[in-house]
Write a protein that binds this ligand. Structure first.
Ligand SMILES: [Zn+2]
Length: 276
């Protein structure tokens, strides 16, 4: 452990910025985004650290954690393993609280330095599970292996950046193309493919979780209520949930038998929406 060596990491910091991050994103990213990228995945970042800034806090943390061990090595105290692990635990808890407080201030600073859209993205990236895909181990069996282009596009989309090499206009309706448009266009957005993909994926999970014979697609929805209770448009309203149902003509996307309870059918309807 050596104090005040932050400047020695300048070259590393420069290569991370100018080479690694650029390769990852496919181009140079705005300076304020670099700080955003450096925070933990749970906080909306990608955990690519800034070594120069981390040197001093890490030095302080490790000297405090090992203070008893260091004193005993220098012959000032007799080594007590129980006291050492207690010191470790206490210091780690203290550092965790301090880190969380600092991170909150840091995120507020980032939020004020980026434009409104970026601040909104940062807000939802901090939601639980939004970055789980980022930390998932690539596995062909689980479908978590991404190609280089997929990874880059998802990463750029995570920070609200325009996707590289994407066409300028939508091939379905000729509107100007953006991620938001691509996700909501009903003509060129391949919405049916994305809908069917989600349904197939849910079906596979249901087959694995239950039995393949418990799962069926395109099930007819048979209302279990009195069909005379329809409104003037001929629709039946489920009194508890307010869900509308077309009598004898609605179909769900997937039926899973025994999902909530034994001998009951759960009908799932998949909707593709753009959260932005
Ligand atoms: Zn379109």
């Amino acid at each position: 452990m050596v104090p005040n060596i932050g400047t020695l990491f300048n070259t590393l910091e420069v290569s991370i910025d100018e080479s690694f991050v650029q390769q990852l994103f496919g181009e140079e990213i705005p300076t304020q985004y670099r700080s955003w990228v450096s925070v933990a995945i749970k906080q909306g970042g990608t955990t690519i650290p800034k070594p120069v800034e981390m040197v001093d806090p890490n030095y302080l943390a490790s000297t405090c954690e090992c203070s008893h061990l260091l004193d005993s090595l220098k012959g000032k105290e007799k080594f007590d393993p129980v006291f050492h692990s207690e010191t470790l635990k206490e210091v780690m808890a203290e550092i965790r609280t301090k880190k969380a407080d600092n991170l909150e201030i840091f995120l507020e600073k980032i939020e004020s330095s980026i434009e409104k859209k970026g601040a909104r993205i940062l807000d939802y990236l901090k939601e639980k599970w939004t970055g789980t895909w980022f930390a998932a181990t690539p596995n062909n069996l689980c479908g978590t292996a991404l190609s280089a282009v997929e990874f880059r596009n998802k990463l750029r989309d995570r920070y609200g950046m325009k996707l590289l090499d994407s066409p300028s206009h939508c091939d379905g309706c000729n509107e100007q193309l953006s991620t938001t448009h691509a996700l909501s266009c009903k003509v060129g957005g391949l919405i049916h493919v994305r809908h069917d993909e989600s349904r197939v994926c849910l079906g596979c999970l249901a087959c694995a979780g239950f039995k393949p014979s418990n799962v069926r697609d395109e099930p007819q929805i048979n209302p279990c209520h009195d069909t005379r209770r329809k409104d003037e448009r001929g629709k039946l309203i489920e009194p508890n949930t307010g869900v509308e149902c077309e009598i004898n003509s609605d179909r769900g996307d997937l039926l899973v038998h025994g999902f909530w309870d034994r001998n009951t059918d759960c009908i799932i309807d998949v909707h593709i929406v753009d959260v932005n």
